[in-house]
Write a new protein. Structure first.
Length: 281
């Protein structure tokens, strides 16, 4: 398994229809960093790579591109009733004219994960009245893979553990945001409309995953050239990162696999007028 830095983030979020008063949610915020880049912690499992990074006092600083907004960190942690605890984190930006929209989109990813977990916990609580200790946990992190003056690319990982479950539940998602408008960028918007980009992604992804996991372990349906199979796509300075849901392409023990694709692997497929055209060599 490849290891990369996971963004250290402290989260503060207002969830519409979220926690009931007194559920133990603890808010802790942090101001924008004055450092030159995005701070991440070395040595934790995640997606993508940060090969450009430098080690500074146990941290890794992703070099900041001129014109990019500052990235800072927030965390939301606490308990839900007597049965669950959670620690969720994600990045926020400052110095962008559309930062409100950008931060709202980042918050929404974590809010959705929290809301789903809370609903499951409250359902479980109704079936286990009288429990006196935490029996489930939700952990989540968001990591900035790339930020410049035009684009923000973030990967989220969430892990849920239940005390009576034989295995953990893992979820991954990605978010691409246009920093000129604050709007989310769809994967299809990255490629030429007349290009066979889905077929190309399916082919190169299968080759990579066969090398990682073994051809006999892969699920063909999850690797078919269908847009739904390649919706978790992130961008780095050196290329693309594809993430897959647990059980999508391999047995659950594989977690949420990923594939790193250099720009050369999608040469000619990227829209020359699209949101990542400026990044392709």
């Amino acid at each position: 398994m490849r290891f990369v830095g996971v963004l250290v983030i402290t989260l503060a979020v207002t969830l519409a229809g979220g926690c009931a008063p007194g559920d133990g949610r603890e808010m802790r915020g942090a101001g924008p960093s004055d450092t030159a880049g995005v701070m991440v912690q070395v040595g934790a499992a995640g997606a993508g790579s940060v090969s450009e990074a430098d080690d500074v006092d146990g941290q890794v600083t992703v070099p900041r591109v001129e014109g990019a907004p500052k990235v800072y960190a927030n965390r939301m942690s606490g308990q839900i009733g007597e049965l669950a605890d959670y620690d969720l984190s994600y990045p926020q930006v400052s110095g962008s004219p559309v930062e409100h929209a950008v931060n709202g989109a980042l918050e929404a990813v974590v809010a959705n994960a929290y809301s789903s977990f809370r609903a499951s916990v409250l359902e479980e609580e109704g079936a286990t009245t009288g429990a006196s200790e935490v029996v489930s946990t939700l952990r989540g992190t968001g990591k900035v893979l790339h930020v410049d003056g035009r684009l923000l690319s973030v990967v989220f990982d969430f892990t849920t553990e239940w005390d009576d479950a034989a295995s953990v539940q893992q979820q991954a998602s990605t978010l691409l945001i246009d920093l000129s408008t604050g709007s989310e960028i769809a994967v299809a918007d990255l490629f030429r409309s007349d290009a066979p980009w889905l077929a190309k992604l399916a082919t190169v992804t299968r080759i990579d995953l066969e090398a990682q996991l073994g051809a006999g372990t892969l699920f063909a349906e999850g690797l078919a050239a269908d847009a739904v199979n390649f919706r978790h796509l992130a961008v780095t300075a050196k290329g693309l990162v594809l993430r897959f849901d647990q059980y999508q392409v391999a047995p659950g023990v594989a977690g949420t696999p990923w594939v790193d694709l250099p720009w050369s692997s999608v040469a000619g497929l990227v829209d020359p007028e699209g949101p990542i055209a400026h990044m392709v060599p």
